[in-house]
Design a protein. Structure first.
Length: 222
């Protein structure tokens, strides 16, 4: 499980964003100050740091993380001026997100940073193995050829393995991949194509199941 350090002095952000990240499959360690963050032992796969903290700056935490190792850092801040952005990147930040932000956009940015850092980890479901760092998917050791939309759809399902994902949620996750228009009918087509590539018997899927009236589920109990 990918472990995230979340540091923000706004309790509501820590609670709501922390809960959202856990729902997305991340393990979260949170703090509201520089001292609180540095008191945690880690290690972490990714750090989400507010710039302005009551006892200092997220920049200080970033520098400490850089001294300890190679933890990727994304700054979360209301300061969107150029000087703040520059200071963040000079301190070693990998990305910079201004508040307010959409949680799903943040998740996408986090996964992108994790892939670049080679910390995304392997995702498995039965005979399937996805390697987000390399952008590959294999079945029983044989690499599969997926389109950009098929790959993104599969990653979303694997990241939420065992959970029922509504069609609306899947559409929101993949609509802008490849620059094409995705609607409900298109999603049905891509689910069918994906099953043809990952299932032994696409007509009787064992990996990617339809939950009637709700959506789709990858893995889990039939």
């Amino acid at each position: 499980m990918t472990t995230v350090l979340l540091v923000d002095d706004e309790r509501t952000i820590v609670e709501s964003l922390g809960a959202y990240l856990r729902q997305e499959g991340f393990r979260v360690e949170a703090a509201g100050s520089v001292a609180g963050a540095l008191a945690l032992s880690g290690p972490w796969d990714l750090a989400l740091l507010d710039v302005t903290l009551p006892d200092g700056s997220g920049l200080d935490i970033c520098r400490c993380l850089r001294q300890r190792g190679d933890t990727p850092v994304i700054f979360l801040t209301a300061s969107d001026d150029e000087a703040s952005v520059v200071r963040g990147f000079e301190a070693g930040a990998d990305d910079y997100v201004s508040k307010p932000f959409r949680p799903r956009e943040l998740i996408s940015r986090m996964r992108s940073v994790l892939r670049r850092a080679g910390k995304a980890g392997l995702l498995t479901c039965g005979p399937l193995t996805a390697d987000p760092a390399r952008g590959t998917v294999s079945r029983d050791g044989r690499e599969l050829t997926l389109s950009a939309l098929e790959y993104r759809l599969l990653l979303v399902l694997l990241h939420n393995q065992g959970a029922v994902l509504r069609r609306e949620r899947l559409l929101e996750e993949i609509w802008d991949v490849g620059g094409g228009f995705v609607n409900d009918n298109t999603l049905t087509v891509y689910i069918k194509r994906l099953r043809e590539k990952i299932e032994d018997d696409p007509q009787h899927p064992a990996l990617l199941r339809t939950v009637r009236g709700l959506g789709y589920r990858m893995g889990g109990t039939p």
